[in-house]
Ligand binder design. Sequence first.
Ligand SMILES: O=C(O)c1ccc[n+]([C@@H]2O[C@H](COP(=O)([O-])O)[C@@H](O)[C@H]2O)c1
Ligand SMILES: Cc1cc2nc[nH]c2cc1C
Length: 349
Amino acid sequence: MTDTVEFDTVTPPDEESRQAALARHGQLTKPPGSLGRLERLGAWVAACQGQCPPRPLDRIRIVVFAGDHGVAARGVSAYPSEVTAQMVANFRAGGAAINVLAASAGGEVRVVDMSVDADTGEAPYKVRRSSGSIDVEDALTEEEVLAAVAAGRSIVDEEVDGGADLLVAGDMGIGDTTASAVLVAALTGTEPVAVVGRGTGIDDRAWMRKTAAIRDALRRAKPVSADPVALLRTVAGADIAAMAGFLAQAAVRRTPVVLDGVVTGAAALVAEELAPGARAWWVAGHRSTEPAHSLVLEQLDLEPLLDLGMRLGEGTGATAAIPLVSMSVRVLAEMATFEDAGISGPAAD
Ligand SMILES: O=C(O)c1ccc[n+]([C@@H]2O[C@H](COP(=O)([O-])O)[C@@H](O)[C@H]2O)c1
Ligand SMILES: Cc1cc2nc[nH]c2cc1C
C-alpha cells in the first residue's frame, strides 16, 4: 500500500428534502410524473441542498484540468501533444467550445494547468510537465500523485468557499483517453479491446497502437488496481489524479457535480474508491461515444441525461446538460400548485 490520501466521510444527500420535492411534484399543475426524469433531477438537487424547493443555481463553476500524457508519443492520438497547451490558451481567450457552452448555460470556466508540457503562464497547482508514458513507466511519483489529488481537493474548497452551488470537472489533454481507458479497464475488469475508443478521431493503425499501449499499461496497472492512489500514480496522470481529488472532495463538501465524459468518468471511478458514497453527489451529464464511458456509467449506476454523440471533453457534455438541471430546479421553485391555480385534480372514478 502507498501513503494514502484521506478524505472525510461522505454523507448522503438529504433524503427528507428529496421526498419533499417528490411530494411537491405531485402538487404542481401537471399530471404526477409527467416531467419524467426532470422530476427526479430536481429532487436530487433539493436533496443535495437540503431544502425544498431548491435555491436557483447561481454560481456554476466548470474547472478544466489540463495535462499532457507521455503515452501520446506512441501515436495513440489523432493530434500532437502541443495542442494541449494551445487549447489552454484558447480556453483563456474564450474561444473554445466549453467557453461558449458555459456562457450559454450560465456557468463560468476556470482552467488549471496540472501537467501541460509547456509553460502556460499562471499554474499554481502544476505538478510536472507531462506525465510518464504509462505503457512503460509510472505516470507520476508518489509525491506528485499526492500533490495532484490534494490540488483537486483544494480547488473544490476554494470553489465551495467562494459560493459554488454546482460543479463540473472538464479535461484537456492529448492522449488522455488512453490513460482513462486503462483506469476503466483496471477498475471494471475489462479487456483492452472493449475499452479502446477513437478518442480525437484516430484511424485503424492508431487504434492498433492505442490498443497495444492500453494492453501494456493495463499489465502494469493490475497489481495495484485495489489501491486507488497507487493506480493513479501508475497509469493516470496529474490531471486525472486532480480530477479524482476534486470529485471526491465535492461529495465531502456536499456540493453536486455534473459529470462529463470518459476522462472525468475514469477519475470518478477512482474517486468513488477514495471516498465511498461520493457518486450520490454526481449526476451523469451525458454518454460519450467512448466505449469505456458506458462501462463507467454502468459501474457507478448512473443514467446519463443526454446522449448526443459527443466526444469532446473539456466539460462540454456536462455543460450541455446544465440547462436541464437549472430547469428542474426552477420547476420546483416556480410552478404553481393545483391549489394556487384553482385547477381540478384527477377525475374521480
Ligand atoms: O470526454 C470524452 O469522452 C472524450 C472523448 C474523446 C476525446 N476527448 C478529448 O480529446 C482529448 C483526448 O483524445 P486522445 O485521442 O488524444 O486520447 C482530450 O483533450 C479529451 O478531452 C474526450
Ligand atoms: C482541437 C482540440 C480540442 C479539444 N478539446 C478537448 N480535446 C481536444 C482535442 C483537440 C484536437
